[in-house]
Design a protein around this ligand. Structure first.
Ligand code: SF4
Length: 309
């Protein structure tokens, strides 16, 4: 936990630099507490598009900061740690994905927002876990659909909507870590608890969930549901907002298979208040993007924003 003075110094620097701090729900609680805006990928994309600040300090992972730059190119986008990547995004290299795409005749590509700018540029439309069903319902019926890069979210959507899609074989290392066996034990121990899960989790776990939804949807559900106890199967950072906004609810983080902190995203947790201060102070690391790539990635992102309104 940081001292009051350190936080005040960071906020003062932010004011002087006319910066806005955007933070994902999976960030450490001290970062969430000083952010101007907290949200999931879709919320953050919208916030990045509408800000008037000179610079955006993006506390999340690399592909999210890229999204901010794609949508708001005139702003300087700073990231606390360049190494904050993502196993899902890294598991879909553009050259291999382009070759995969070539196997299909005139495919329509829907990519989950958790992918690089290059993959976005190879896509027809982007989706998030919040709007994926809505986006899929607008996809043309006469073209083969490719869904990338998350096979678990893709599999969940196929099952839910009955639409046939070819899936890129990628996954999130955090959402694949939850132990179905330990969660079933927890459900036996707490029969009054509801299992809520993110659709990036594996199908065997989703089968046992009473509620499935994006990070924002899980948060809203905990706040509005009459249920008092929840087993939460997503990155553990969201528990901070859940507890803040629903202080009377009992939240049990879904356990990983090993006795480790694998239910925390190691990339998200690379960001710290010290690194945020340094990034604002030195205006580095800054995210730069080739304009041709930006424009190609912008098209499917804008289509997502249009289709999800
Ligand atoms: S939680 Fe998974 S999908 Fe999200 S940033 Fe971390 S590795 Fe990527």
């Amino acid at each position: 936990m940081k001292s009051h003075t350190q936080i005040e110094d960071l906020l003062e620097l932010k004011r002087r630099k006319n910066a806005v701090i955007l933070a994902h729900y999976y960030q450490d609680s001290d970062i969430q507490d000083i952010a101007d805006f907290i949200g999931d990928s879709l919320d953050l994309a919208r916030a990045a598009k509408s800000t008037n600040a000179d610079r955006i300090l993006f506390c999340g992972v690399h592909f999210m900061a890229e999204g901010a730059k794609i949508l708001n190119p005139s702003r300087q986008v700073l990231i606390p740690d360049l190494k904050a990547g993502c196993s899902l995004s890294d598991g879909c290299p553009p050259d291999k994905f382009a070759a995969f795409k070539k196997q299909f005749d005139n495919p329509f590509v829907i990519s989950y927002i958790n992918c690089s700018a290059e993959i976005k540029a190879l896509s027809d439309v982007i989706c998030t876990s919040t709007n994926a069903e809505k986006i899929l319902s607008r996809a043309p019926k006469d073209r083969p659909i490719i869904f990338a890069p998350d096979k678990n979210l893709g599999g969940y959507l196929k099952k839910k909507t009955g639409r046939d899609m070819s899936l890129w074989n990628g996954s999130c290392m955090v959402h694949e870590t939850f132990s179905r066996r330990k969660i079933i034990d927890l459900k036996t121990e707490y029969p009054d608890a509801e299992l809520i899960a993110h659709p990036e989790c594996v199908e065997e776990l989703l089968k046992h969930a009473e509620f499935i939804g994006s990070t924002s949807a899980l948060l809203k559900h905990v706040i509005s549901s009459p249920v008092k106890k929840f087993i939460v199967a997503t990155e553990a950072g969201i528990l901070h907002q859940m507890q803040k906004q629903a202080p009377t609810k009992i939240l049990i983080p879904a356990p990983p298979e090993a006795s480790c902190a694998c239910n925390e995203c190691p990339y998200m947790k690379l960001n710290t208040l010290d690194k945020m201060y340094a990034a604002l102070d030195t205006e580095k690391p800054e995210l730069f993007m080739n304009e041709d790539l930006r424009l190609r990635a912008l098209k499917p992102l804008e289509l997502m924003l249009e289709w999800s309104n």
